[in-house]
Design a protein around this ligand. Sequence first.
Ligand SMILES: [Zn+2]
Length: 465
Amino acid sequence: MTGTLIVGGTVVDVDGSRDADVRVDAFGRICEVAPNLTPAAGETVADATGRLVIPGGVDAHTHLHLPVGTVRVSDDFDTGTRAAAMGGTTTIIAYVTAYRGEDPLHAALTWKGWAEPSVIDWGLHMTFTEPVSEATIARCIEAGMTSFKLYMAYPDLLQVDDRTIAEIMMATARHGGLVTLHCENGGAIEALRAQALAAGRRDVPEHSATRPAVLEGEATHRATAIAESVGAAVYIVHMSSAPALAEVRRAQERGVRVLAETCPQYLHLDVSALARPDGANFVCTPPLRDPWHREELWHGMSRGWIHTVATDHCPFWAADRAAGFAGDEAAADFTAIPGGLPGIETRMGLIWDGVAAGRITVEDWVRLCSEAPARTFGLWGTKGALRPGFDADVVVWDPQRTQSLDADALHMAVDHSPYAGRTCTGWAERVWSRGRLVADRGRFVGEPGWGRYLERGPALLEPVG
Ligand SMILES: [Zn+2]
């Protein structure tokens, strides 16, 4: 591989926005960022005039290949990471789930096997669904899985109690890791779901009605209070509502180290989608909310109360969603629909939309989508900025490039799009993963297996210098 010189663009990262060229060495690392660099012999020159040059996106919340009940997430690590690359994301972190009775390290090996075909670099978070020993936590961290997910919902399969949350937070903090939490009050939600079914309310909109925002706010409060009491940091995944954001702010104001993630679906869609004929395709958890929550979330991003944007990418074929309704129509109900939306390819474009609309700055966009997730999940020093020594995960972003968000215009393995009929103005033009071109003006030019497993370090919670 020869080196590459990306010339004429506006570089945007943690060091600000400036006109500069970016030199990538033959080993796939950034070696120089400065104005008016002269091409060296044999170097490939890429013109970025009139475009932005940004660190590749880091999507810290993805589900690929995941078995769910009798079906499976439709994207595997090959198709999912291709789609990510086409949209300007060069690093993903996927969630491993260790189900009750399962050895977490063994579960991680299964996921590592699935992830082999990845076309971009990838890391793994570990999900615990029961109490674990401190030794297990230490072993996960030694293996480069420095963040753990716990669920406050889904009591049948995933939820852990408050004591377990507190104990895992304590042990994780001692070993330099970070706990991430799914914040919804699982017990109250189960009661609301049972009540709805008993009253004969079975339609798709009940999915949202039985998971109200107030129960996301309650669990978010509990998460931050537990973190505060044990002296740990906490990361709130897929925050969807104003009550949850208000709890995050209250905790931040009293000095709790709470980091919040939101997702494009909570910024661009609302609960009315669930009442459409294809409403089942909009089932995700937490559910889509009333439109006013979106305004609060955009505002929270612009003010720095929300730290990251990830996707919670979790697509299913429409037929697999409908399988919940198959067979005895009289028995069909909203609780049988596998939940999760496609989004790994459209994140950078949908958040850029907020830059174009004046809701956030271009620097906010890079921080939310690349820098902050890299810092938070132990990838700083290699991912999330265009500094010498960092991996050359680089995107030339064309603010004028248009991209249809219809399913057949995208690369995710899924037959429907939550954003069908919409067009993004502003899209990835060329994308490099460790110096290797992987997406070139709408063509995928990478290769399966190029992506490497990322052994992640401790979270970096302080601002970077
Ligand atoms: Zn998720």
